[in-house]
Design a protein around this ligand. Structure first.
Ligand code: NAD
Length: 420
């Protein structure tokens, strides 16, 4: 692996390798990204000064199709982080059998420090700086941390200005008015619900009204809490960055969502007992569902986990150290590349609709999402049974074997761009 790949990704990859049917070509192809671009984005600030932000776009692998992956705006963004996330996107798109490779982008900026007009200039500047390496057949960005529909709208418009023509399939996660797709905002939680429903009897046999603790009460976590409550789960704890709320009999999720949307936080919640957010990890429950941050369950707190299964809705919420501790405790971990793949799957639908000049109904989106999520969840569970693997390893192996089939099918000449 390149020294750019963060340690956790390298460890997970190495763990899966012995269990996968993998060619030497694939191992070599996945050892480093296909292309990495670092750009400087000059932005005129509202006070008249000029500030320059560092931006990145990485295409990790494009054997199965154009790169696909979000753009994040975060103060701590680095080349290594973007590369690692692009590496995992390669696995996620392969796992879901989408006709894409893996990519990712980011800008090192604290978006809260920018006015809306500055944010728009930065978003347009990012596209101006990367326009040569994105496009419907090359690399298709989408939203990620702190980039939303509005940002995608600015970016899609800027791309059209540069191309002097509409190319809606160049970016996904756009507003509906600019070729977005219905159901995108609930896609991640809907996808996670399908995975959880399908695996429930396997990971929690003989539990009638299972208890869930959900870290993160944002777009993904809050919608998932409602879905689980409707499915008969007891949502015993939820948290955001300000507080955790707990009730062993199950919280009134609708009330909490109302409170969060009117006050912006879970502090002073009208139901349940308010705890420190850090305490959520240690709550007695059947399923722990981290839906906030990377690395939330780590070597120092994994031993406190009292759940029987962890469903990773956030990207990379369990570190490799924590993974080993959870394994020793007998806690199953269902990995992010499966659990949160609903988002990229619905992005695929948006790309298809845009390329066909079509509009999809929300009903069609839901139907196709369920079919995709169930097919791959079944495939991962079957592979785990056949080869005696943990669900996490089985998911990586399933993706790796799809990648190896694609790499081998390209042949050596095509792969290295050499003529015969
Ligand atoms: P969001 O910003 O809407 O919500 C994040 C939530 O986490 C907020 O409620 C925030 O208060 C909470 N939070 C932050 N720090 C916390 C802490 N220390 N303890 C407890 N809660 C904390 O983000 P989102 O879109 O819901 O995404 C959440 C996670 O899911 C991220 O890891 C993201 O990468 C992943 N994900 C999201 C999507 C999607 O489509 N939304 C798709 C794939 C993966």
């Amino acid at each position: 692996m390149t020294d750019e790949l963060l340690q956790d990704a390298a460890v997970r990859f190495e763990e899966a390798l012995p269990h996968a049917r993998l060619s030497e070509d694939t191992r070599e192809r996945l050892a480093r990204p296909r292309s990495s671009l670092k750009v400087s984005i000059p932005v005129r600030m509202d006070d008249g000064s000029l500030r320059t932000f560092a931006g990145y776009r990485v295409r990790y692998d494009v054997t199965r199709g154009p790169a696909k992956g979000g753009i994040r705006f975060n103060a701590g963004v680095t080349a290594a982080e973007v590369t690692t996330l692009a590496f995992w996107m390669t696995f996620k798109t392969a796992l879901m059998d989408l006709p894409f490779g893996g990519g990712k982008g980011g800008v090192a900026v604290d978006p809260k420090e920018l006015s809306t007009a500055e944010l728009e200039r930065l978003s347009r500047g990012y596209i101006e700086a990367t326009a040569d390496v994105i496009g419907p057949d090359i690399d298709i960005p989408a939203p990620d941390v702190a980039t939303n529909e509005m940002v995608m709208g600015w970016m899609a418009h800027e791309y059209a200005v540069i191309q002097r023509g509409h190319e809606p399939a160049a970016l996904t996660g756009k507003p509906l008015a600019l070729g977005g797709i219905p159901g995108r905002s609930s896609a991640t939680s809907d996808g996670a619900l399908h995975v959880i429903r399908h695996l429930r009897d396997r990971v929690l046999p003989d539990v009638d009204a299972p208890r869930a603790a959900i870290q993160g009460f944002g777009n993904a976590g809050a919608q998932l809490a409602s879905g689980l409550a409707e499915d008969g789960w007891r949502v015993v704890a939820v948290s955001d960055s300000s507080a955790a709320v707990y009730d062993e009999d199950g919280l009134d999720v609708a009330k909490l969502r109302e409170h969060k949307s009117s006050t912006g936080s879970l502090g002073d919640a009208p139901v349940g007992e308010v705890l420190d957010p850090e305490q959520l990890i240690a709550v007695a429950c059947d399923a722990l569902i981290p839906s906030a941050l990377e690395g939330a369950i780590h070597g120092d707190n994994a031993g406190d986990v009292r759940a029987r299964v962890v469903f990773e809705v956030a990207n990379g919420p369990v570190t490799a150290d924590a993974d080993r501790i959870l394994d020793d405790l007998g806690v199953d971990v269902v990995p992010d590349i499966l659990v949160n793949a609903g988002g990229v799957t619905v992005s695929w639908f948006e790309w298809i609709a845009n390329r066909q000049g079509d509009r999809w109904s929300e009903e069609l989106v839901r139907e196709r999402l369920e079919e995709r999520m169930l097919a791959e969840t079944r495939a991962v569970a079957d592979l785990a049974d056949e080869r005696g693997l943990r669900l996490r390893t089985a998911a990586y192996v399933h993706a790796l074997e799809r990648l190896t089939d694609a790499v081998d099918a390209t042949g050596t000449s095509a792969l290295f761009g050499q003529s015969r």
